[in-house]
Ligand binder design. Structure first.
Ligand code: NAP
Length: 251
C-alpha cells in the first residue's frame, strides 16, 4: 500500500470544531497527518471531530485557545509541540462575521472581526514560524474569502479582514520562500456548511445560485481538497497564491 501523503506530519487547524475547519481537520488526518483541532468555545463539537478522526484510525487532539489573544495563540502552538514535538502545517481557518452596513457598524464590530480573522492568523503564524524555519519545511494555508477580493455590502469589516489576509499571505510567502516554506490563501465563495445556506429563503437561494456559473453551492470538501493539495508533496513550488473556490462566481 502507498504511504499516506502527509504521514509523520503534524497539522494545526484553527477553528476546527465545526464547519469548514472540521472537514479540513478530518481530511488532513485521512492523509496521515496528526491533527490539532483548535476551538474557542465549542469543546463538545471539537471532541466529536477528534473522536471521528480516531475512530477512522487517525490521530488528533483537541486544543482550546482564542487565536486573537497573543498568550493563547502562543500557548496553543506550545501545546502542539509538547504533544508531538513538531509542526509542519498551519491552516488559519478560524473566522467570524459581524455583518452590518457601514453607517451602523460599531467600532467593536470592526475590531472583533479584524482581531479574529487577521490578528489571529498573524499570531498563529508568528508562533508557528520558528518551528517551520528550524526544520526548513512547512505549509501555511490561510482561509480568506471571495469577499476579500470583490467586497460585499454589509461586510466592510469582514472584507477588510479577508483582503488583509491576502496581503499578509503574499508578504509572508516572500519572507520565508527561501526556507522551503509555502504560504498560500484560499478564497472560497458560498460554501454550504449547513448553517447560513440552510437558513436562506427559497428566493434568496435562487438569487445566489443565479450568480454562480456552476449553479451549486460549494461544499466544505471542495475547500478541504484544495488544502490537502497545497499541503501535499505536489505543491512544493506554489507560494504566495490565492486560489478561488467559488464555482466560477468571481471573474
Ligand atoms: P463556522 O462554521 O462559523 O466555524 C468557525 C470556527 O472558528 C469554529 O470552529 C469556531 O470555534 C472558530 N473560532 C471562532 N472564533 C475563534 C477564535 N477567536 N479563536 C479560535 N477559534 C475561533 O465558520 P465556517 O463557515 O466553517 O468558516 C470557516 C472559515 O472559512 C472562516 O475563516 C470563514 O471566514 C471562511 N469562509 C467561509 C465561507 C462559507 O461560506 N462558510 C466562505 C468563505 C470563507 P468555536 O466553535 O469554538 O466558536
Amino acid at each position: 500500500m502507498a504511504a499516506a501523503r502527509l504521514e509523520e506530519q503534524v497539522a494545526l487547524v484553527t477553528g476546527a470544531s465545526r464547519g469548514i475547519g472540521a472537514v479540513i481537520a478530518r481530511r488532513l488526518a485521512q492523509e496521515g497527518a496528526r491533527v490539532a483541532v483548535n476551538y474557542q468555545a465549542s469543546g463538545e463539537a471539537a471532541l466529536q471531530v477528534v473522536n471521528a478522526i480516531v475512530q477512522s484510525g487517525g490521530e488528533a487532539a483537541m486544543m482550546a485557545g482564542d487565536v486573537s489573544k497573543e498568550g493563547e495563540a502562543e500557548a496553543l502552538v506550545k501545546q502542539v509541540i509538547d504533544q508531538w514535538g513538531r509542526i509542519d502545517i498551519l491552516v488559519n481557518n478560524a473566522g467570524i462575521t459581524r455583518d452590518r452596513l457601514l453607517l451602523r457598524m460599531t467600532s467593536d464590530d470592526w475590531d472583533r472581526v479584524l482581531e479574529v480573522n487577521l490578528r489571529g492568523a498573524f499570531l498563529c503564524t508568528k508562533y508557528v514560524m520558528p518551528h517551520l524555519i528550524r526544520r526548513r519545511q512547512g505549509r501555511i494555508v490561510n482561509i480568506s474569502s471571495v469577499v476579500g477580493l470583490g467586497g460585499n455590502p454589509g461586510q466592510a469589516n469582514y472584507a477588510a479582514s479577508k483582503a488583509g489576509l491576502i496581503g499578509f499571505t503574499k508578504a509572508v510567502a516572500r519572507e520565508v520562500a527561501s526556507r522551503n516554506i509555502t504560504v498560500n490563501a484560499l478564497a472560497p465563495g458560498f460554501i454550504d456548511t449547513g448553517g447560513m445556506v440552510d437558513q436562506m429563503t427559497e428566493e434568496a437561494r435562487r438569487t445566489v445560485l443565479g450568480r454562480i456559473p456552476m449553479e451549486r453551492f460549494g461544499s466544505a470538501d471542495d475547500v478541504a481538497e484544495a488544502v490537502s493539495f497545497l499541503c501535499g508533496p505536489g505543491a512544493g513550488y506554489i507560494t504566495g497564491q490565492v486560489l478561488t473556490i467559488d464555482g466560477g462566481m468571481v471573474g
